[in-house]
Design a protein around this ligand. Structure first.
Ligand code: ADP
Ligand code: MN
Ligand code: MN
Ligand code: MN
Length: 377
């Protein structure tokens, strides 16, 4: 048995083990004794255009850290989350991923899909259920966001603006990043890594109070699950700092302050291993044809961000280009150098986009492009 890559012997429990400043706190030293686990069931509500994260805890006894298969379905009142349909307000929570919760004694974070009362039909708000199953699909999302306090970006003065952007991107020093942001960012990173979330990096971004983290995952749903979990943990960490996370893609409106994106880097097994110019061009033609369907799920208000300024392409004009950060899709140098093989970067999705809906749309468009006859044999 494996729990997030850690081999576990049957009946074994996590021993208390300090890692990165945290402890697993699993208080159970006796074989086969039961431990009460706090299971935080987390799901997306039905708010439009952007769902909120919701969570509630149930306590269940297990001999050791539970596997996904051991977790029961659970329910909630959909009338409080804009998910009630007709007279029945009960919705079902179906666990789809589990992570140890590094800050809670005997805690587990349980990502759930929302199902209809029959427990098998996906609720209409369940975007995860629309993602094609594909173990060979890899995604890397670059989540940008602002910290907000008192209705303005963290570090902004009460009136007016701080010094113009320039030194903040990857910056260091109090005048660039202030005195709280890095504490939050580092704490969030440690918690995510300890939970088994596959962060690939973090950086301070172009605007003051703006940051980014990157998550990569193999399998069509993995990185999207982990983005949602990382968003949950970021908001939870921020509570005690009295700071909020602002995911809107252009919180400062039509100014010279950058907006926030969530670039979607993607590849399939075929793109990585076979590829070729002909297939690449067919793929880009299909992305061009479907540009509107993509924009529709790439996050609200994207026309305010994808203006053609601040390293963006206009929202209603599809383009691609090698190493071009002003294109809708950036083709890395390595992709061309390797014979049109590798991954591509769709730069259009924004910070408020639902990674489930984004991954779903990208894989749908890829699926519409026939593989060259030579590959079909
Ligand atoms: P930049 O800011 O220059 O656009 P980042 O380093 O922030 O680049 O993000 C690049 C992303 O691409 C990372 O999240 C990484 O995991 C992802 N990535 C790298 N290789 C692949 C691949 N083969 N398939 C999908 N995503 C990939
Ligand atoms: Mn990046
Ligand atoms: Mn960035
Ligand atoms: Mn990028």
């Amino acid at each position: 048995m494996h729990v997030l890559g850690r081999p576990m012997a049957a009946g074994m429990t996590f021993a208390a083990r300090p890692i990165g400043g945290f402890t697993d706190h699993i208080v159970n030293n006796e074989r086969n004794a039961m431990t009460k686990f706090k299971l935080e069931y987390i799901w997306l509500d039905g708010y439009k255009p952007v769902p909120n994260l919701r969570g509630k805890t149930q306590i269940k006894e297990f001999e050791s850290f539970p596997t996904l298969e051991q977790l029961p379905l659970w329910g909630f009142d959909g009338s409080s989350t804009q998910q009630a349909e007709g007279h029945s307000s009960d919705c079902v929570l179906k666990p789809v991923a589990i992570y140890p919760d590094p800050v809670r004694t005997n805690g587990a974070l349980v990502m759930c899909e929302v199902m209809m009362p029959d427990g098998v039909t996906p609720h209409s708000t369940n975007t995860r259920a629309t993602i094609l199953d594909d173990e060979g699909a890899w995604f890397g999302f670059e989540q940008e966001y602002f910290f907000y306090k008192d209705g303005r970006p963290l570090g902004f003065p009460e009136h007016g603006y701080p010094a113009p952007q320039g030194p903040y991107y990857t910056g260091v020093g109090y005048k660039n990043v202030g005195d709280i942001a890095r504490d939050i960012v580092e704490e969030h990173l440690d918690i995510c890594l300890e939970a088994g979330i596959n962060h690939e990096g973090i950086n301070a971004e172009v605007a003051k109070g703006q940051w980014e983290f990157q998550i990569f995952g193999k399998g069509s749903k993995r990185a999207a699950d982990e983005i949602w979990m990382a968003r949950y943990l970021l908001e939870r960490v921020c509570e005690k700092y009295g700071v909020d996370v602002e995911y809107h893609c252009k919180p400062l409106g039509d100014t010279d302050w950058n907006g926030s994106g969530m670039h979607c880097n993607f590849s399939t097994k075929y793109m990585r291993e076979v590829g070729g110019k002909e297939y690449f061009e067919a793929l880009m033609a299909q992305f061009g044809k479907n540009w509107k369907e993509h924009i529709d799920v790439y996050g609200p208000d994207n026309d305010k961000r994808l203006t053609g300024k601040h390293e963006t392409a206009p929202w209603n004009k599809f383009s691609y280009g090698v190493a071009d950060r002003g294109a809708s899709i950036r083709v890395p140098h390595s992709f061309v150098n390797n014979g049109y093989k590798g991954y591509l970067e769709d730069r259009r999705p924004n910070s408020q986009g639902d990674p489930y809906a984004i991954a779903s749309r990208v894989l749908q468009t890829i699926a519409e492009v026939p593989l060259p006859a030579s590959a079909a044999a």
